[in-house]
Design a protein around this ligand. Structure first.
Ligand SMILES: Nc1ncnc2c1ncn2[C@@H]1O[C@H](COP(=O)(O)OP(=O)(O)OP(=O)(O)O)[C@@H](O)[C@H]1O
Length: 358
């Protein structure tokens, strides 16, 4: 399958806002576009999709130039092989799920990279929903159909603008594995707008952090989200591999470089698959000796990278090096003083398994 890099150089000026980005997005994998409300995430995606025409710059996907200000070139949205799921992605209400999909597939067949209907129906577990009308679908089911429809249109680049917005925690958890599978199985480059550090951590290998219309940071998600000052108290991302599922204990074991971590059973993640875990710093406790007699079973070996007291609070943020992944812990200043934590010191990081759940 052919995949191409996306190169975006774009200036979009509104009355009170300017988007000004210059970034190359690699040809595969998911890039999270993360940042506060109004930072320009949707504007960036809309410029890539062609819904917004920048005042200056150049947007190219592989050999194809979609926009070039100097040359007066602008390829309209329907001529760009882009699949978008925006916050308000609607299905045709008068058509059944199956006919919604068939309609998309017909459009897709005109493109070189269409996916098969059976494959997509299976990937999104839509077999039992085909005869239903969109009005009867739950929020989560509707999102799955919308994602399936987007793939059937034969995109070579996917733009997902908050695909989980408006879903409650349970429904989000239900859709996340489908999004993960979509990213892995269909091997398309994806730009995913998200407000949610956890979502970005789980889905995206790379993250672009937007601030005031610019890309303030770009790089591996684990590094970018953990970097000082960018994601505030956003948690850390641990990388690991699924080592096994224990159906009886209802746990999945993830092997990280710093030790094993047990998370609530996640059968949909294949043994051997690379995964990222999101860890809230408030759920990471520290010990200077191997802990015993504890209910917490996730004990990682790590080293103290830095100790930063938070001004005006009782807390200190300890950044650890967990076999190369930065792991943040929030403990009280009093506890940090009592443990006499120092840079380079070996410690045990205790992570509540619940921190991997919603
Ligand atoms: N058509 C428009 N005309 C004028 N201003 C606009 C237009 N579209 C967006 N803006 C402004 O541009 C800024 C960036 O908007 P954008 O939707 O890209 O932000 P965002 O990061 O996606 O925000 P959110 O997370 O809230 O969706 C905002 O201040 C918005 O009000």
């Amino acid at each position: 399958m052919r995949s191409d890099a996306l190169e975006v150089e774009a200036v979009v000026r509104y009355r009170d806002f300017t988007l000004d980005v210059a970034q190359r997005f690699p040809p595969s994998g998911c890039t999270a576009v993360f940042g506060p409300s109004g930072s320009g995430k949707s504007t960036l995606l809309r410029a890539v999709a062609g819904f917004v025409r920048p005042q200056a710059g150049r947007i190219a996907f592989g050999e194809a130039v979609w926009f070039e200000a100097g040359a007066g070139r602008f390829v309209p949205p329907h001529r760009r092989p882009v699949g978008s799921v925006f916050q308000d992605g609607r299905l045709f209400p008068h058509l059944s799920v199956e006919r919604n999909l068939a309609y998309a597939q017909k459009r897709g067949q005109r493109r070189e990279q269409a996916f098969g209907l059976d494959e997509v129906v299976e990937a999104f577990a839509l077999g039992d929903l085909l005869s239903r009308s969109p009005a009867t679908l739950s929020g989560g089911e509707g999102r799955r159909v919308a994602l399936a429809r987007t793939l059937l249109c034969g995109p070579r680049l996917l733009l997902l603008d908050e695909p989980l917005a408006g879903l409650d925690g349970g429904r989000k958890a239900e859709i996340l594995p489908y999004l993960e599978a979509l990213i892995a199985r269909f091997a398309l480059p994806v730009l995913l707008v998200s407000h949610d550090a956890r979502e970005a951590a789980l889905l995206a290998e790379r993250t672009a952090v937007m601030s005031g219309g610019r890309i303030a940071a770009f790089g591996p998600t684990a590094e970018v989200l953990s970097a000082e000052g960018i994601a505030g108290h956003a948690g850390s991302v641990l990388t690991g591999t699924v080592a096994g599922h224990d159906e009886e204990a209802w746990l999945t074991t993830i092997e990280t470089g710093a030790g094993a971590v047990f998370v609530p059973l996640a059968r949909e993640r294949a043994v051997g698959a690379a995964v990222r875990l999101y860890v809230d710093p408030r759920n990471v406790a520290l010990a200077t000796a191997p802990p015993r007699g504890l209910s917490i079973r996730n004990v990682l070996s790590a080293q103290v990278a830095s100790v930063q007291p938070e001004p005006g609070t009782a807390f200190a943020e300890i950044v650890l090096d967990a076999a190369g992944d930065p792991l943040r812990s929030q403990i009280t200043k009093a506890a940090a003083a009592e443990l006499a934590l120092d840079e380079g010191q070996a410690v045990f990081a205790l992570i509540k398994s619940a921190s991997f759940d919603d």
